[in-house]
Write a protein that binds this ligand. Structure first.
Ligand code: KG4
Ligand code: ZN
Length: 344
């Protein structure tokens, strides 16, 4: 049994958690920077990095106090080393290095995406490799065949925006506030999903890639037409995203051989309509469905500590001079999606 301290700071949440390798979360502390970024309608990297510096050390102290353990009791320190906003990633990684050095414990540099990818295994001991994973967050929208710790085959990615990004931009266009995902989901509850005709980009395409940029432009046009209620646009947008995710994930189920389960993770996995649609898709395909509890979907440090625990069990630790990485694909061999923009 190993006790792992996890640190997360890749975007706009600062977090520290203590997790034992038998899936016990002893403590998890999180400080969200939403209030800092709300006036700008999006995450401002410089503000994020400064805010991480201010709260990271107190959060670690609070997590240790909550768990009633000392740093000396910890077996390893896991910190997000990328991908993400580089200033923020550096804060968590440098803190992790300093603690590892001071306590004489190993450092585990965790890929934030691996944190999301393995988080459903923290929540559920019945989820075994290999599984098909829809990873949907603010920065990524990918279908991955998860073979094991550190072993990912990327089946598809977005050729433009991520799904969470589309939610955030739609919220901004409709004046629903920040962060956008929960705001659009709440507005959609009061709207009619059939009211506004919106496109379903790449629906039916052979490869299971995603595209959301055209949908965002269509939301802008629908808003500017001035005839639709914002909640109807929100509901219609959410339904279009659901239809795209379902069609593309079904395509991946068709081409991925040997998956034992369908799994969703990442911030957008907190969306109830999306979870329900994926659960139904899994049932249609005779696959068990796994989705982490909501607090484990959006960014947190328990998933980083858990990925650390899985890597530690596999004997994977890292040198103290390891660098922070703004970009860090889970599958380095994946080819660029055709028509792809800059997103990996
Ligand atoms: O995983 P995450 O916390 O951070 C990244 O690694 O990107 O994901 C954040 C994204 C944001 O785009 C946010 O709007 C979206 O997840 N999100 C949601 C919901 N909650 C968060 N999208 C749709 N519905 C939600 N309930
Ligand atoms: Zn994330």
């Amino acid at each position: 049994m190993a006790l792992i301290l996890g640190l997360e700071s890749s975007c706009d949440e600062t977090a520290a958690a203590l997790v034992i390798s038998d899936r016990v979360v002893l403590a998890h502390r999180l400080a969200t920077q939403e209030a800092h970024h709300r006036p700008f309608g999006g995450v401002v990297p410089e503000i994020a990095a400064r805010a991480h510096v201010e709260v990271m050390t107190p959060l670690v102290e609070q997590a240790l106090a909550d768990a009633q353990v000392r740093l000396a009791d910890v077996d390893a320190i896991a910190a997000t080393a990328g991908p993400g906003l580089i200033g923020g990633v550096m804060v968590g990684l440098v803190t992790g290095k300093a603690l590892a050095h001071a306590a004489g414990k190993p450092l585990i540099a965790v890929n934030h995406l691996e944190g999301h990818a393995l988080s459903p295994r923290l929540a559920n001991p019945d989820l075994h490799f290999p599984y098909l994973l829809l990873l949907v967050s603010g920065g990524h929208c990918q279908l991955l065949f998860v073979e094991g710790v550190g072993r990912y085959k990327r089946l598809a990615t977005t050729i433009d925006d991520a799904a969470g990004e589309a939610f955030d931009k739609t919220a901004k266009l409709l004046g629903l506030g920040f962060p956008g995902g929960p705001a659009v989901e709440a507005a959609a509850k009061a709207g009619n999903a059939k009211a506004v005709p919106l496109p379903r980009p790449l629906l039916g395409a052979k490869e299971p890639h995603f595209s959301f940029a055209g949908l965002k432009s269509a939301v802008l046009r629908a808003r500017d037409a001035g005839v639709h209620k914002p909640e109807d646009i929100a509901a219609s947008f959410q339904q279009a995203v659901v239809d795209c995710l379902i069609d593309r994930t079904q395509r991946a189920v068709d081409v991925a051989d040997g998956a034992t389960a369908l799994v969703v993770a990442g911030g957008v996995a907190a969306n109830q309509t999306i979870r329900q649609a994926l659960e139904a898709l899994a049932a249609r395909n005779g696959l068990p469905f796994f989705a982490p509890p909501l607090w484990l979907c959006t960014d947190n440090a328990a998933m980083i500590a858990w990925a650390g625990a899985e890597r530690f069990a596999a004997g994977l630790t890292d040198p103290l001079d390891i660098a922070a990485r703004p970009r860090w694909p889970l599958d380095p061999d994946a080819e660029k999606a055709r028509g792809a923009g800059v997103k990996a």
